[in-house]
Design a protein around this ligand. Structure first.
Ligand SMILES: C[S@@+](CC[C@H](N)C(=O)[O-])C[C@H]1O[C@@H](n2cnc3c(N)ncnc32)[C@H](O)[C@@H]1O
Length: 286
């Protein structure tokens, strides 16, 4: 399913998916649409319930999610402020569209889209390929797209029945939770969350952090970085848990708590690493 081009706004891509979804079995993509998770089964940052906002304990993510909610509501109200097609333009004025429909189309699009390599920014959703779960270390790659085929090239030999992965990119835990609604496999050593990383300020590009680029510097800079991280740690721990544990099993609540624990563990690991660097520097000076 063609969604448009990377240069267009996300609302254009969402409208494309919404139009086909609302066409139902009249859509030529119906067999594909039927394979999507159903409404209520998709967790994506753009549509996460606002009751979880306080669990981010990071102003950047809270604002990001509030922004998405406002964008989807304005899209639903047929606003043209996002310079994409409005709901009525894309679907016709007689099709009844609920806010839940818009959220569903957004969640599906944002968790399943693919920017094609070698295709000048074309964006698609591809049946079967879109069943591949994320593994950052996955060796499978996409070959340049031709008009008719999408080739996923195996990076190793597979046995029948083995799960086939694809790397969605260098997703840090908070980016994966926000964008795709899941926590990736636990990393060893732990990696700082995107918002806690020393390169975060001013970067504002999810894929822009160089994972191999560990912090280093003069003893003063190492100390300043330790203080920065310890400040974030103290902030996280001092923020009250405003969202009580719900009755029963709550996937999002559990994920958000686990994300918080992972952020703390990664900060602790990094502070220890910096202390060791500092101790090494002092030892050299003696
Ligand atoms: C493109 S789909 C992948 C197929 C997915 N299992 C499905 O059929 O809905 C992306 C969604 O799959 C889930 N997902 C992908 N990778 C995952 C992983 N490593 N662990 C848990 N869930 C994952 C997330 O819900 C994500 O939004």
């Amino acid at each position: 399913m063609h969604l448009g081009n990377q240069s267009q706004t996300a609302s254009t891509h969402i409208m494309q998916a919404l139009r086909e979804y609302k066409l139902g079995n009249k859509s030529r993509y119906w067999p594909f649409i039927k394979s999507w998770p159903k409404p209520g089964e998709v967790v994506a940052g753009c549509c996460m319930d606002d009751k979880y906002d306080a669990m981010w304990k990071a102003p950047y993510w809270e604002a990001h999610h509030q922004g998405w909610r406002e964008r989807l509501v304005s899209l639903w109200h047929d606003s043209t402020q996002h310079l994409g097609a409005t709901v009525k333009e894309a679907l016709g004025k007689d099709v009844e569209v609920t806010l839940e429909d818009v959220k569903y189309a957004a969640a599906i699009t944002l968790t399943r889209f693919l920017s094609l390599p070698g295709s000048r920014g074309a964006m698609i959703m591809a049946p079967i390929f879109d069943l591949a779960n994320h593994d950052r270390h996955c060796a499978n790659t996409l070959e340049d797209f031709t008009a008719d085929f999408l080739y996923l090239i195996a990076g190793r030999d597979y046995e029948p029945g083995e799960e086939i992965c694809y790397s969605y990119g260098d997703l840090r835990d908070d980016v994966a939770v926000s964008g795709y609604g899941f926590l990736p496999a636990l990393e060893d050593p732990p990696r700082l969350a995107y918002v806690d990383h020393w390169q975060f300020e001013g970067l504002r590009d999810w894929h822009g952090i160089d994972t191999e680029d560990d912090f280093d510097g003069t003893p003063e800079e190492l100390q300043a970085e330790m203080r920065r991280l310890e400040g974030i740690r103290a902030d996280i721990l001092s923020m009250p848990d405003l969202v009580p544990k719900p009755e029963g099993d709550d996937y999002v609540w559990n994920m958000m708590k686990e994300l918080e624990a992972r952020r703390i563990a990664a900060i602790d690991y990094e502070v220890t690493r910096l202390k060791e660097l500092l101790a090494g520097d002092e030892h050299e000076e003696l």
